[in-house]
Design a protein around this ligand. Structure first.
Ligand SMILES: CSCCC(=O)C(=O)O
Ligand SMILES: [Fe+2]
Length: 187
């Protein structure tokens, strides 16, 4: 099963609901690629000995790895962390997440500043580019186990929106402009 991503509706319902538009319409991997979002489908049962994962890590320099098991028993300040994850932000570096169990939603802004919802399930590995506005929420299953990857010493610092003057944000907008021309708006 390929990755599922869609344009979110703008209802104020629970963030853990899918927020599918009516009619339901899925976006393509190419659409995400245009935003700089990368995606791989891997075998999550084999993550400790997976040569495909090893190859991606080698090629992209992801030498750091740890696990985030998002349940109240294993995470300190669980509620606060979830609240922060759902606050729109950017990072100076890529955000690389590999879902090993459970599921959840990564929301990213598209070039027209609309929310795209990406449903992460076991085997889904995504890379969000530095400077893209995004947020994360659990879905109604209420559980996810993620592998976090990074190049070198990890820095997880979020910079909450607005960050229009942040050099990394500007760089990201420039990369979009190269792809889409001048029609894209700076927000
Ligand atoms: C649960 S990992 C995703 C949340 C996030 O955007 C972050 O950690 O920066
Ligand atoms: Fe983030």
């Amino acid at each position: 099963m390929a990755l599922e991503a869609w344009l979110m509706d703008d209802s104020n319902e629970d963030q853990r609901l899918p927020h599918h538009p009516n009619p339901k319409e899925l976006l393509t991997i190419d659409y995400l690629a245009e935003l700089g979002v990368l995606y791989w489908k891997l075998n999550p049962d084999n993550y400790e000995h997976d040569s495909e994962l090893g190859k991606i890590r080698d090629e992209r320099g992801y030498d750091y790895m740890d696990m985030l098991d998002l349940c109240p028993e294993k995470v300190s300040n669980y509620e606060e962390k979830l609240k922060n994850f759902f606050t729109e932000h950017i990072h100076k570096d890529e955000e690389i997440r590999y879902c090993l169990a459970g599921s959840g939603y990564f929301d990213v802004r598209d070039k027209d500043d609309r929310w795209i919802r990406i449903w992460m399930k076991p085997g889904d590995l995504i890379v969000l580019p530095a400077g893209i506005y995004h947020r994360f929420t659990l879905d109604t299953g209420n559980y996810i186990k993620l592998m976090r990857l990074f190049v070198g010493e990890p820095v997880w610092t979020p910079y909450n929106r607005p960050q229009e003057e942040h050099p990394v944000r500007k760089e990201y907008i420039k990369s979009l402009t190269h792809k889409f021309g001048e029609s894209i708006q700076a927000h």
